[in-house]
Design a protein around this ligand. Structure first.
Ligand code: MG
Length: 264
């Protein structure tokens, strides 16, 4: 039998982390089991690199990770036979996104982006502490925004962005103005890297998410998991396992159940 390399790709907010408290404790037993089985846990979130590095330190995770909805994949030194860190960017520079947003604001589209908010305002809008909110403002390619107009204006703004090669992607709390890539593109890239490093092993992927911006990531996985939460009822992916518990409780439950099946 071919040996398997299982990879776990996971969203953070509302998935590994509780939507309200950002707590992950309920997922610790499954995280420990993954560590023992040497299965990489690849964080794949709309969060920024410094936000994700703080979370990685907290759960002692040294695996590759994907920031800002697929804007870049980061392979820390010591992974995938790399002695030095590797950053692979899939995004247009943030300046270009900001330039387009400025033009749309001048054209009368009503929204409030992280550029318009102080650290304290980001903290209030997200429920993050001020240090995490400051990290959330340190972005490379995507700009979160709160929409303040109606659906008709939203559709018009979407088509204006599409016309210049960008998009408005809906996440758990915000819309994200960004280029035409998403979490699945960086995920597919990392799967290829793992496969080419281990040509004799079959790469098997699990992906967990709770929102619309996770849909393509889930569709790319062999074992998609929809974590129950405020947005998950509207998310449909063929063949997906649905958690009973919310956030990290559901994460723990589904990983344990899949490992029972895959590691037997
Ligand atoms: Mg989420």
């Amino acid at each position: 039998m071919t040996e398997r390399q299982i990879l776990v790709f996971t969203d953070l907010d509302g998935t590994l982390l509780d939507h309200h408290s950002y707590d992950h404790d309920a997922a610790l037993p499954a995280l420990e089991r993954l560590r023992e089985a040497e299965i990489p846990v690849i964080l794949n979130s709309s969060k920024t690199r410094p936000e994700m590095e703080a979370i990685k330190a907290c759960i002692d995770n040294r695996d590759p990770f994907i920031v800002e909805n697929g804007a870049a994949a980061i392979i820390p030194a010591g992974n995938l036979r790399k002695d030095a860190e590797l950053v692979i960017a899939f995004c247009a520079p943030l300046d270009e996104v900001n330039e387009q947003l400025l033009a749309l604001r001048e054209a009368g589209f009503p929204f409030r982006s992280f550029n318009d908010m102080s650290v304290a305002e980001v903290a209030q809008a997200t429920g993050l502490d001020e240090a995490s909110a400051a990290n959330a403002k340190r972005r490379i390619g995507t700009m979160p925004l709160q929409w303040q107009g109606d659906d008709r204006q939203l559709e018009a703004m979407r088509s204006r962005l599409r016309a210049v090669g960008m998009q408005l992607l809906k996440g758990g709390r915000f819309y994200h103005a960004m280029g035409q890539y998403d979490k699945a593109d960086a995920m597919a890239y990392l799967i290829k890297r793992y496969q080419s490093c281990q040509p004799d092993r079959e790469v098997v992927t699990i992906a967990l998410g709770d929102s619309h911006n996770d849909r393509r990531m889930l569709e790319t996985a062999d074992y998609p998991v929809i974590i129950k939460g405020v947005n998950s009822d509207k998310l449909h992916v063929a063949g997906a396992l649905r958690s009973e518990g919310y956030g990290p409780v559901g994460w723990n439950e589904c990983i344990q159940s899949l490992l029972n099946q895959l590691l037997e």
